[in-house]
Design a protein around this ligand. Structure first.
Ligand SMILES: Nc1ncnc2c1ncn2[C@@H]1O[C@H](COP(=O)(O)OP(=O)(O)OP(=O)(O)O)[C@@H](O)[C@H]1O
Ligand code: NI
Length: 308
C-alpha cells in the first residue's frame, strides 16, 4: 500500500513561561492509503497533540520539529492559506467533544452542507440535498427533519454522527478522529465501530484513530502505534500486537485490560518537562537493565533494548 501520511521525527514542545513541556518527542508514524492506524497510549502521552500538529491546530507558543509529509507536501512548510484547503477538503479532524464542536446557532444540515459548497463548489440546493443523504447514511432519521434542527435537539450520539458527517462530506483522504468513544457507553460503542466501518467501506479513506480504548482499537485497526511519554514506542500489525505485544509498556498496557486480568501498570507516568534519561519507561519496567539508561534504538517496530 502507498503511504499517505508520513510523520517523521516530529517534536512538539510547548514553551511556557518557565518550563518546556515536551509533549511529542521525535515521534514517527505512517498511515498508508485506505488503512486504519490507531494511536494508543495512556492519558497525557501526547496522542492528541500529535494529531493536532498534523492539522496545525496548535497554539503559537510551540516549537515544532521534524516533518509531516502528506500527499507529497511537508505540511509544516505549507502556508496557512493552503492548510485551510487541506483542513476543509483533504484531512478531516473529528474532535474529542462533539458538543462544543458543532455551532449551536446553525442548523445541522447547514453545517454539513457548507463545506461542500465551499470546497466542492456545489450549489446551495445540491449541497443541502447531499447533507440530507449523509444524515440518512449515518442513520440520523428522519433526515429531512433532522437537517433543519439545531445541535441541542440532537442526542449525544447523533451529534457525534453529525460531526462525522460534517468531516466526511468532502470525502477527505484522511480522517483523524480523537477519542471517538469518549463518553460513549458500552452499548452504543458498537454503533461507533459500525460508523467507522461504514465510512471505510464507502469512500475508502485512511483513518488515524486516537484512543485509549484498546478493545475499540482492536476492532478497527489494521496497525497500531503506541505512544508513551511523547514517544512512539511500538508500531505493529493489529493482530500481532494484540496477541503478542513486544514493548514492556505495551505488554503492561494490555495486561491492565479488564479482559486480561486488570493488572494496573505500576508507578506513575513520567514528567514531560523532565523525562527520565534513556528509555522513558525504565523506572516502571520489570525488564530494565543498566543499558536502559541509554536512549533505546528504534528498529522500525519497537523501541526497546530487549529487541535491539
Ligand atoms: N496547550 C497546551 N499547553 C501546554 N501543554 C499542553 C497543551 N496541550 C497539551 N499539553 C500537554 O501535552 C501533553 C500531551 O497531551 P495530549 O492531550 O496530547 O495527551 P493525550 O495522549 O491525548 O491524552 P488523553 O488520552 O488524556 O487525551 C500533556 O502533558 C498535556 O498537559
Ligand atoms: Ni487526547
Amino acid at each position: 500500500m502507498k503511504s499517505l501520511l508520513n510523520v517523521k521525527n516530529l517534536s512538539v514542545h510547548f514553551m511556557l513561561e518557565e518550563i518546556t513541556v515536551k509533549a511529542v518527542d521525535r515521534a514517527s508514524i505512517e498511515v498508508k492509503e485506505n488503512e486504519v492506524l490507531t494511536l494508543i497510549g495512556e492519558s497525557g502521552s501526547g496522542k492528541s497533540v500529535l494529531g493536532m500538529a498534523i492539522l496545525k491546530l496548535l497554539p503559537s507558543n510551540i516549537k515544532i520539529g521534524g516533518r509531516i509529509d502528506f500527499n507529497g507536501f511537508n505540511l509544516l512548510e505549507l502556508p496557512e492559506e493552503k492548510m485551510k484547503d487541506i483542513r476543509g477538503q483533504e484531512i478531516a479532524w473529528v474532535p474529542q467533544n462533539p458538543s462544543s464542536s458543532l455551532n449551536p446557532v446553525l442548523k445541522v444540515g447547514f453545517q454539513i452542507a457548507e463545506p461542500m459548497e465551499v470546497h466542492l463548489g456545489y450549489g446551495r440546493k445540491t449541497a443541502w440535498q447531499k447533507a440530507i443523504d449523509l444524515l440518512r447514511f449515518f442513520d440520523i432519521r428522519p433526515p429531512e427533519k433532522r437537517a433543519k434542527q439545531y445541535p441541542h435537539q440532537y442526542s449525544g450520539g447523533m451529534r457525534q454522527r453529525a460531526l462525522v458527517a460534517m468531516g466526511t462530506s468532502t470525502r477527505p483522504k484522511l480522517i483523524i478522529a480523537d477519542e471517538p468513544t469518549k463518553g460513549v457507553d458500552a452499548t452504543k460503542k458498537i454503533r461507533v465501530i459500525e460508523l467507522f466501518r461504514k465510512i471505510r467501506n464507502n469512500h475508502k479513506p485512511s483513518l488515524l484513530i486516537i484512543t485509549h480504548d484498546l478493545p475499540f482499537a482492536e476492532k478497527l485497526a489494521d496497525r497500531v502505534a503506541v505512544m508513551y511519554c511523547g514517544q512512539v514506542v511500538e508500531v505493529a500489525k493489529a493482530e500481532t500486537f494484540f496477541n503478542s505485544p513486544l514493548h514492556p509498556y505495551s505488554k503492561a498496557l494490555l495486561e491492565s485490560l479488564p479482559s486480561k486480568g486488570l493488572k494496573p501498570i505500576k508507578g506513575l507516568s513520567p514528567s514531560m518537562i523532565d523525562p527520565p534519561k534513556g528509555c522513558r519507561f525504565r523506572p516502571r519496567c520489570d525488564y530494565a537493565t543498566d543499558k536502559c539508561f541509554e536512549e533505546p534504538p528504534f528498529n522500525g517496530q519497537v523501541r526497546c533494548w530487549l529487541y535491539a
